[in-house]
Design a protein around this ligand. Structure first.
Ligand SMILES: C[S@@+](CC[C@H](N)C(=O)[O-])C[C@H]1O[C@@H](n2cnc3c(N)ncnc32)[C@H](O)[C@@H]1O
Ligand SMILES: O=C(O)C(=O)C[C@]1(C(=O)O)C=C[C@@H](O)C=C1
Length: 259
């Protein structure tokens, strides 16, 4: 029986602990957002990403400032819909609707269950459509808020500028892209210090040295972080006019990019 907790507004999400990398593996497979990850994802992301709950909740607060009447709010790489739920808690602008997109069938299936549960319990929530698909192939509608919460780092580096350009073109005046990412640092000492501190964060959250090492090798081929400078340059090259970091905890940060 899966364990459940009431996480947000009465919607039950799995509270199964992440033990995926606890046993020695003869060969560590590349990390994938599959059924096994979906089962433990709320626990995994909270224990792995410093500041994650603060980023998600405040993403809703920021979005409420940029939401324009009768526009779309995108949650790209929505996983189980944590950002979508924060948008629903905070955005009160007339006529807004959320489009959540993820290319993991397992994530999308579970996300729809959570959101349907919310819909049946509460009236007057922003309408949400959950699409199973590749954000690189998405036809964007005019949008006032686009959230990429720890998703761009999983997109092939040579595809990132084109995606951000298409997002920029879809953004309405007064809107914003909110981009959260793991960072790397050009200064080797700064990189080593913040990487060590991130390992200390994981250890303090109950991960063993084996779990930390096996997760690192699972993820290194599929997740390619950029530096803050690379993000800024790429966003400006994609047509954004201003890039404002609003949060950093160790090697994880979130930026506001204005059209
Ligand atoms: C770290 S998770 C995002 C976490 C989520 N935004 C949150 O705040 O809880 C990255 C997600 O991006 C999705 N993803 C990766 N590449 C994608 C793509 N090309 N199109 C759509 N979704 C993608 C993955 O399936 C995964 O669910
Ligand atoms: O850097 C790590 O070790 C991470 O686990 C980071 C990260 C992320 O930033 O998305 C990677 C995959 C998991 O989905 C959760 C967290």
């Amino acid at each position: 029986m899966p364990a459940f907790s009431t996480y947000t507004a009465g919607t039950a999400v799995s509270k199964e602990s992440d033990r995926l990398f606890a046993q020695p593996l003869t060969q560590v497979p590349d990390f994938a957002f599959n059924e096994d990850v979906v089962r433990v994802f709320p626990d995994m992301i909270k224990r792995s990403v410093p500041g994650y709950p603060t980023i998600v909740e405040n993403l809703g607060v920021l979005a409420a400032q940029f939401a324009q009447p009768n526009s779309v709010l995108y949650d790209l790489g929505s996983s189980l819909g944590a950002v979508t739920q924060a948008l629903r808690r905070h955005v009160r602008t007339d006529g807004c609707r959320v489009i959540a997109v993820d290319n993991s069938a397992a994530m999308v299936e579970r996300c729809r269950e959570y959101l349907n549960g919310q819909d049946s319990m509460f009236q007057e929530l922003l309408p949400v459509e959950v699409i199973e698909g590749d954000i690189l192939a998405l036809e964007f509608q005019p949008a006032s808020v686009v959230a990429l919460n720890f998703t761009l780092q999983f997109i092939a580096p040579d595809q990132r500028t084109a995606l951000l350009s298409r997002i920029r073109q879809s953004l309405l005046p007064g809107g914003a892209l909110i981009l959260s990412e793991k960072l790397r640092f050009n200064d080797p000492e700064e990189h080593a210090l913040l990487t060590d501190l991130h390992v200390a964060f994981k250890r303090a959250n109950g991960y063993s040295e084996l779990e930390i090492a096996q997760k690192r090798s699972a993820i290194e081929n599929v997740m390619k972080p950029d530096s803050l400078e690379e993000h800024r340059e790429r966003l400006l090259a994609a047509g954004f006019s201003k890039v404002v970091p609003w949060f950093q905890c160790l090697n994880f940060a979130s930026l506001i990019a204005l059209p």
